[in-house]
Design a protein around this ligand. Structure first.
Ligand code: C5J
Length: 222
């Protein structure tokens, strides 16, 4: 299959590819979660839900592998270094009790993926303690076992966990594409800059494309 992408077309075989949705969790997307405790306007992120859902449903229909990640810490915070927990001056820190349970702690209501994008049976869900999806998760080994070589990314936030995961993927040899309208930031300028950074210099990290271009590619082989 071929997607009309920047800086040039992105060729992939569905059976060697995965759609990776980064951290589409209530903690980042909804009021009362981690994103809001950091002072962000979380409503900005809601804009990508319809396009991301459409892409997810089309990818599922085509039979592609789906990976969801959650930024999630153990209840005892043994996987949350002080360098992470003590950053900034948030109203609530990781592990504190908020309106949706303990902030960024695995199993809490706020840590769940939003309903519109909830995983279904057979999809992979990775709990990650860091910003990158490959750090301390076993994701690379899992993808290797399945013969995955190409990753199509969406999720939040563009310049933090999405970009970190794409760079990790690039270092591990995956051809990676970022779906432009399926990723969002609390800072529009950071999203725009990240898209540019990913695809600059001949695609130094990877490709970007719209979800419409992905849907067209999937349709062309249906
Ligand atoms: C952040 C993320 N922004 N998922 N996490 O702390 O991007």
């Amino acid at each position: 299959m071929r997607i009309d992408a920047i800086p040039f077309s992105y060729d992939f075989a569905l059976k060697h590819s995965a759609l990776v949705l980064i951290d589409m969790q209530r903690d980042f997307m909804e009021a009362g979660g981690f994103g809001e405790t950091l002072g962000n306007d979380v409503s900005l992120l809601q804009a990508i839900v319809p396009a991301t859902r459409k892409a997810l449903l089309a990818w599922r229909r085509a039979g592609g592998l789906v990976v969801h990640t959650r930024e999630a810490h153990a209840a005892d915070l043994s996987d949350c270094p002080a360098a992470k927990r003590n950053r900034g001056n948030p109203a609530l820190r990781i592990g504190d009790v908020g309106p949706m349970g303990r902030i960024l702690v695995a199993g809490e209501p706020g840590n769940q993926i939003i309903e519109a994008l909830a995983p279904v049976a057979g999809e992979i869900v990775i709990d990650k303690p860091g910003k990158g999806a490959f750090y301390a998760t076993g994701l690379h080994e899992l993808l290797q076992r399945r013969g995955i070589t190409h990753l199509l990314f969406g999720g939040v936030t563009t310049e933090v966990c999405v970009q970190t995961s794409m760079r990790e993927a690039n270092d591990r040899g995956y051809d990676s594409l970022l779906l432009e309208d399926c990723t969002e930031s609390y800072f529009p300028a950071f999203k725009a800059a990240t898209l540019e950074m990913v695809r600059a210099q001949g695609g130094i990290v990877g490709w970007t494309a719209t979800s419409t271009a992905l849907l067209a590619a999937l349709d062309s082989t249906a």
